[in-house]
Design a protein around this ligand. Sequence first.
Ligand SMILES: *[C@@H]1O[C@H](CO)[C@@H](O)[C@H](O)[C@H]1NC(C)=O
Length: 369
Amino acid sequence: MHSQTLLVAALVAVAEARFGQEQIPVAAVAALTSRGNPGDAGTLSGQVPGVLLAGANACAKLSLADTIVTTLGSTPDVLAAAAALVAAEKNFNPFAVSVPSLCSDATLPVTEALRGIVPLVDPAVTGSSTENANSASSLLNPFVAQGLSVADVVAANGFTNFTTQAVDGSTGAAAASGVAVVASASASVSASASASAASAATTLVTSTVAVAASATASVAAAAGSGLAFGPAGAPTSSGAAGPIVNGVQQSTISGLNFGLCVPTMKFEAGLDGRKDTEFTFQAIDPLVNKGQEEALNPNIITKRISDQLTNVCNANQAAKDAATAAVAQISALGTKDQSTADAWNTALGFAGTNTNPDNAPQAGLIGHT
Ligand SMILES: *[C@@H]1O[C@H](CO)[C@@H](O)[C@H](O)[C@H]1NC(C)=O
């Protein structure tokens, strides 16, 4: 076989492998049969694959996400399905281009609760690991997005290997990484803070901004340091702790109720008789960690915490959903250090949690703050 034929065969295989992506949000939209008029959920779910095809305009999926919310109502289940569409990977034709295209229209999506969510991209694209971690964390803590297009938000948070596309189809190059967020962050903090009661639909975005805004007296300093949540969910501010209700610290993310538990994770040396230099992960709350050994693998602990929300904590569905998403986020990060525990705690609204509450020895721990 000619090498050219082999290359074409390989590209076809890649294109087919990625083609399953659009099925993910279809099912979530199709399941919303109790919303809107009979048949609406089916009709809308049938439109999902088309907007994720390579030939679709990059802004079309955002408009469809808005239509899903306006047609079916802005209830949590509808918003979650629409958010999944905003975060979904759109295919691109690997014969024609090597990078994805992202929408450059700053008015889309119109739905406040869907803004600041960034999409997955094909893992074959250089820089995709940053973007895919950002996408997972943005579903929990949307990025600052006021006045910014999805393309702007993506570039501001570290992924620039894409082409921009406007509603009229005109294309452009991505902005330089990190530029937009600093310019926009202070403006959107003051705007969001003063308008915080304006709309129920802003809950998610506003709560994210409010955490950042209250974390420091100096909004400008926060903006300069990256504000909100940086790439991969790394906490970029200490975060104001949530209130304590009935002796249980609450999440700072509005709508998340972890019931009897605080779902935070620690990263400490010397747990369970390990050496002073051997660090492992464990849930902090005794109600959560009961019956579970500490572990070198953070995914064991995140899964355990997530399970305990149902088993013993009596957490609400939003909290369980957030934990399920955070389990995936931590798994995608692939790290096993202090930043892993910080990312988990931040994702659930407990940024700034002391991950060494037992004052274990710090010897050999690099980068601990
Ligand atoms: C963008 O990703 C493609 C792979 O899809 C790669 O070939 C290219 O070098 C990347 N460009 C930059 C600027 O990283």
